[in-house]
Design a protein around this ligand. Structure first.
Ligand code: AMP
Ligand code: ZN
Length: 494
């Protein structure tokens, strides 16, 4: 943690509700409650989804750095999310289950495991609680009952709808996106004769099941399943209270999912669910939002291997994470080979300098001024988590590191310790970047390549081909590898 201690740190975060940066004041001193909408686990997460979760990982990590005790809740949507985010039609899980001839819960299990695997490769921290929609059906039914009691919902043959126009008489339905109800109504289609809804903006809280519906539960209104928006209201209030500090998600969730969550929570608990609403911007490909439906969704594994028609080559998970940290979470980030290549170079330079920093020798005095680096990095993060500015400060410090390394400048013992600590803190703890050599399965090919070289060296030694064996050892050492001969062969690290 910084010199100041978190009580003195003034953190400003952009609140979608007020459309400006606001000083962050937690509800409970020293503590943060944060809810982030998790993935709908009916298919592989694409890189766009990952951007949102990596952005919130950065935010979570910075709160931890400041010394807050954070309860970070990120749900798993494993029921109730219908095709096209609508109130009728096929459930995404049931559709996939039929397609793959599996149980819906097998679909959920398969893609939940895949999601965790990918986020682990990207070095994101697990949330404190990861609740599932299917594990909170009774909580969701309770909310529906309360909203019915408060008069903001109505039943139509086993389905319960939220009455948006009635709600808007007492509250502001469009508060999150700053839209008036009339404008919103204009943008929606007319109700058809067969529609059960009273109003065009009404949405389902609870949906009546058909006999063939695979996942359904008993309720006071018959067998059915919960609406997608309802699950987040239920799980956030259960673990964080009726009003908590931060609610987050991708920007695409603002207009409907989060707008409806606010309305549900207000109608049920008579209080706004969250004080700060944070939204991450979209990852785009040639300016078009990455999504499954647009057919431009890269899977992280395709990116790591380079196995995709749009990719020139593969990129390591940490290069991709660095690429994401180089843009602010509220800016769009466009995906291209050129941008990734630049990030690969930049990340390599940063990590080279970081490795160099570990080996610098201290002098009696400092001829370079690195004293303000921590404060500058903190100021950048305190300005709505501005990670690109943090990176540019670290790059400024790299110049000093290289000059000290070349013997052109000096640094004292105390300054060196602090510089090493700032680099470790911001690179590893806050930005969540790790040296490639510490990466696990994502970097398997690289590890295998080094093993291969050292096995060739071993063979050369056995053949008394000292020229080859020395060449491999010397050149790897010059690149920064430490090679140790053991009785079973060799060990190496970087
Ligand atoms: P889903 O699994 O579709 O419910 O989405 C999970 C999260 O990923 C949500 O917070 C979305 O807003 C977010 N998301 C979806 N597409 C993108 C994208 N192209 N860029 C950034 N975030 C995205
Ligand atoms: Zn949600």
């Amino acid at each position: 943690m910084g010199d100041l201690g978190f009580m003195e740190q003034k953190l400003y975060i952009y609140n979608t509700l007020s459309r400006k940066k606001e000083l962050f004041v937690p509800i409970h001193e020293n503590r943060v409650g944060m809810y982030v909408c998790g993935p709908t686990v009916y298919s592989d997460v694409h890189l766009g989804n990952c951007r949102t979760f990596i952005s919130f990982d950065l935010i979570y990590r910075y709160f931890l750095y400041l010394g807050y005790k954070v309860r970070y809740v990120r749900n798993i949507t494993d029921a109730g999310h219908l095709e096209g985010d609508r109130d009728e039609g096929d459930d995404k899980f049931a559709k996939k289950a039929k397609l793959e001839q599996l149980e819906p819960m097998e679909i959920v299990q398969k893609y939940t495991i895949g999601f965790h695997e990918i986020l682990n490769i990207f070095n994101t921290l697990p949330p404190s609680i990861e609740p599932t929609a299917t594990g909170h059906i009774s909580e969701q039914i309770e909310i529906v009952k309360k909203i019915l009691e408060s008069g903001y919902a109505y039943e139509k043959s086993g389905t319960i709808y939220f009455d948006v126009e009635k709600y808007n008489k007492d509250f502001d339905y469009g508060i999150l996106t700053n839209r008036k109800l009339d404008d919103l109504l204009e943008g929606t289609r007319e109700l058809g004769g067969q529609d059960e809804k009273k109003g065009r903006l009404d949405f389902a809280l609870w949906i009546k099941a058909k006999p063939e519906t695979l996942m359904q539960w008993p309720s006071p209104w018959g067998w059915g399943f919960p609406g997608w928006h309802l699950e987040c209201s239920a799980m956030s209030s259960k673990y964080l209270g009726d009003t908590f500090d931060i609610h987050g998600g991708g920007m695409d969730l603002q207009a409907t999912h989060h707008t409806n969550e606010i309305a549900q929570s207000q109608a049920c608990n008579h209080t706004a669910p969250a004080n700060y609403w944070l939204h991450t911007n979209m990852l785009t490909v040639n300016g078009v939002r990455m999504s499954k439906s647009a057919g431009n969704g890269f899977l992280p594994k395709e990116l790591f291997t380079g196995n995709h028609p749009l990719l020139d080559k593969g990129y390591s998970p940490m290069t991709v994470r660095f690429f994401m940290a180089q843009s602010h979470y509220r800016s769009t980030l466009d995906f291209s080979n050129e941008a990734l290549q630049a990030s690969e170079k930049g990340f390599g330079r940063l990590m080279e300098g970081y490795a160099r920093l570990q080996k610098l020798k201290a002098s009696a005095t400092s001829s370079v001024d690195t004293a303000g680096l921590r404060t500058r990095c903190e100021e950048a993060m305190n300005d709505d988590f501005n990670s690109p500015i943090v990176i540019s400060h670290l790059f400024d410090a790299l110049r000093a590191i290289n000059l000290i390394h070349d013997g052109k400048e000096t640094i004292s013992e105390a300054d060196l310790k602090e510089l090493q600590s700032v680099f470790k803190t911001f690179i590893e703890d806050v930005l969540g970047l790790k040296p490639e050599s510490e990466m696990g399965s994502g970097n398997e090919a690289y590890k295998q390549a080094i093993d291969l070289l050292l096995n060739i060296r071993l063979q050369a030694k056995q053949n008394k081909d000292w020229a080859t064996s020395d060449k491999i050892r010397n050149e790897l050492t010059a690149l920064g590898f430490e090679i140790k001969d053991t009785k079973d062969g060799f060990e190496w690290k970087i």
